[in-house]
Design a protein around this ligand. Structure first.
Ligand SMILES: O=C(O)CCC(=O)C(=O)O
Ligand SMILES: [Fe+2]
Length: 609
């Protein structure tokens, strides 16, 4: 598409968002303050009482088929909006058909196989996204990680402000800003129809502290009444029908390593990773432990934590101790995402492997009941308890871990036993604290104020998460507990050392970033370089350098990497070895994004053929 025309599309979008709120609300998606509809201007549809809203305003319109357009919902301001959008819809349709025909040819299907999927009952939505600048970009997403449910999506991104990121094998990559380019994403329906040949990428949008950002997205969806299934031609003995990805939870076990504090960060160092695919409707703690046993010997005192998507280890770990927790893990891992589970084990004396008949859940509950011999350690509270919050003096020794409660996450503090005296009881390790008892940071009573709706909205998942520094009394005293630990990686962090400890943290962070940078260079250029990293890893490295300059105020997206310690004590970044699909299949695996720039079409993403 000509740059001048694309410029017009962005211009009318910007002009619409610059209209006064009352003007935009004429097209509100919240009808009479009562009911949400998909079309219109507003924010996320609020389905749950406590729902995390994205830091984004949206405006949805049905643009195809023409007969389904509701022109009364099309803005009259700016006056050229309607004409431009009619034209844009037609031009995007050409691109869609072109891409779909080529994709069908690539799979040896009839040229119109996918084009025909978008028949007269199929709907195309245009979505105009506006991401206001965000004062706390590290705490909220512009758009949460998701994959599009479409056959295909065309995204016209702002080429002045980055924000769109793609997940590949557990890592996040910035989608580069190419002027006048359109990003074409394969959606879930394509993933299913192509029998997994094309992957519907999980993506998200991060916010920007200084700049606002716009995007215009065209979603091409099939007739909702039509069955989505793999093309018969793509299924044979060698290529069995892949399971519906929406029914499968991909779990990545991180095991054999150790949680290590590096400054204010928490890392899981060493160990290994393994992927299991678990049927969502069979999910239970027992099932999860069963799958873990495929990869390692499971010990009685091991603890499993789920890392809440989009969170860091330091503030996003949720203890998995019952079936409900596993279901929540499934709910919060959207289609295409990977649930990261971390196994914590301190090599205690227990050697008994949890037998397949053993009930891990009861085991944990039993531990909770056992008598505590340390008087200042509060008893464990279960999800069912509604007693008042314990305010133990021992909390200074604890680190932040979350336990899922019934639709409310309650914070649980744990103090993993690092001293030689052996294993502590579960009761000694855990204490629950209700979230509303006033901790600082992004927790407790903190709320996000949606910039345009001017309404206060609670962040459900985030609100439960307490920053590591925030303790019950607002202080952190973990250093004491660990000071005589044998763990040489641990850097005591004490809040009263003020500037000094900050300097230590920053130095540590800078060193860590530099090491990461070197590791990524090695990954790209080194002997064992896979070459599979097609999306701008180097740009991420630049970001990392920027971070150092900014004195590490903002967490980069590549913090999803895990780290290993080399013999010389260097920490190296580890890249997951496990792709989402079976790497031994004869079908080449694609994670596909096209950039369509004028008449050029470049396949940018990787092809592990
Ligand atoms: O704003 C973007 O760059 C992406 C938007 C997106 O992924 C969506 O609307 O589904
Ligand atoms: Fe999307």
């Amino acid at each position: 598409m000509e740059p001048s025309f694309l410029c017009e599309v962005m211009k009318v979008t910007r002009e619409f968002y610059k209209l006064p709120l009352e003007e935009k609300q004429k097209y509100s998606n919240f009808v009479d303050g009562k009911e949400f509809r998909v079309e219109g201007y507003g924010n996320d549809m609020v389905i749950l009482e406590k729902q995390t809203l994205d830091w984004c305003d949206r405006f949805y319109l049905v643009v195809e088929p023409e007969s389904r357009r509701i022109y009364t919902l099309w803005p009259t301001q700016p006056p050229s909006f309607r004409d431009i959008m009619c034209e844009y819809t037609a031009r995007c349709r050409e691109i869609t058909n072109l891409v779909l025909k080529n994709v069908a040819k690539l799979l040896n299907l009839h040229e119109n196989y996918f084009v025909n999927m978008l028949d007269e009952n199929a709907t195309t939505y245009a979505r105009f996204n506006y991401y206001p600048h965000c004062p706390k970009p590290e705490q909220v997403f512009g758009l949460k990680p998701h994959s599009d449910a479409t056959v295909i999506t065309i995204v016209f991104i702002d080429d002045t402000v980055s924000g769109l990121q793609l997940q590949k094998e557990g890592f996040w990559y910035n989608v580069p800003m190419v002027p006048n380019a359109l990003v074409v994403n394969m959606g879930d329906a394509m993933e299913i129809q192509s029998n997994g040949f094309f992957k519907s990428p999980v993506h998200r949008v991060v916010t920007n502290a200084e700049k606002e950002r716009l995007s215009v997205v065209m979603f091409y969806s099939m007739d909702p009444e039509r069955e989505i299934e793999p093309a018969a031609e793509l299924v044979d003995e060698k290529n069995p029908r892949r399971m519906d990805p929406t029914k499968i939870l991909t779990v990545r076990f991180n095991f054999g390593g150790e949680f290590v504090h590096i400054g204010k960060e928490l890392d899981y160092v060493g160990g290994d990773e393994a992927i299991s695919e678990i049927e969502r409707d069979k999910l239970s703690l027992h099932e999860v432990v069963g799958f873990l046993k495929d990869h390692m010997e499971v010990k009685e005192s091991m603890k499993l934590y789920f890392l809440h998507p989009g969170k860091e280890l330091v503030n996003g770990l949720v203890l998995l101790y019952d079936d409900l927790g596993c279901l929540k893990m499934s709910e919060h891992t959207i289609d295409g995402g990977v649930a990261d589970i971390y196994v914590e084990y301190h090599g205690q004396e227990d050697v008994v492997s949890i037998s397949s008949g053993s009930d891990f859940e009861h085991e944990i509950a039993g531990l909770a009941d056992c008598e505590s011999d340390i008087s200042d350690v509060p008893e464990v509270m279960t999800a069912a308890d509604d007693e008042s919050v314990p305010t133990s003096t021992s909390v200074g020794q604890l680190e932040n871990v979350l336990v899922p409660d019934d639709y409310v996450l309650t914070q649980v503090m744990s103090c993993p036993d690092k001293n030689a005296s052996g294993r502590r009881s579960f009761a000694q390790n855990y204490v629950r604290r209700d979230i509303d008892t006033g901790s600082q940071g992004m927790t407790g009573n903190s709320q996000v104020i949606n910039s345009s709706m001017q309404s206060q909205v609670e962040i459900p998942f985030c609100q439960d998460i307490v920053l590591r520094d925030a303790d019950i009394d607002g202080t952190e005293k973990i250093g004491e507990e660990y000071s005589d630990s044998e763990d040489s990686d641990y850097v005591p962090h004490s809040d009263d050392s003020g500037e000094e400890s900050e300097v230590v943290d920053l130095r540590k962070k800078a060193k860590q970033f530099k090491t990461k940078m070197r590791a990524s260079q090695r990954w790209v250029d080194g002997e064992n370089a896979t070459g599979a990293v097609s999306i701008d890893l180097v740009a991420n490295v630049e970001e990392v350098l920027e971070e150092i300059n900014k004195e590490a105020e903002f967490e980069t997206s590549d913090d999803d990497y895990s780290y290993d310690e080399e013999e010389e004590g260097h920490i190296v970044r580890k890249k997951t070895k496990y792709p989402r699909f079976d790497p031994n299949t004869e079908i080449p695996l694609f994670c596909l994004s096209y950039f369509v720039s004028s008449r050029e079409m470049n396949l940018l993403s990787s092809c592990n053929a």
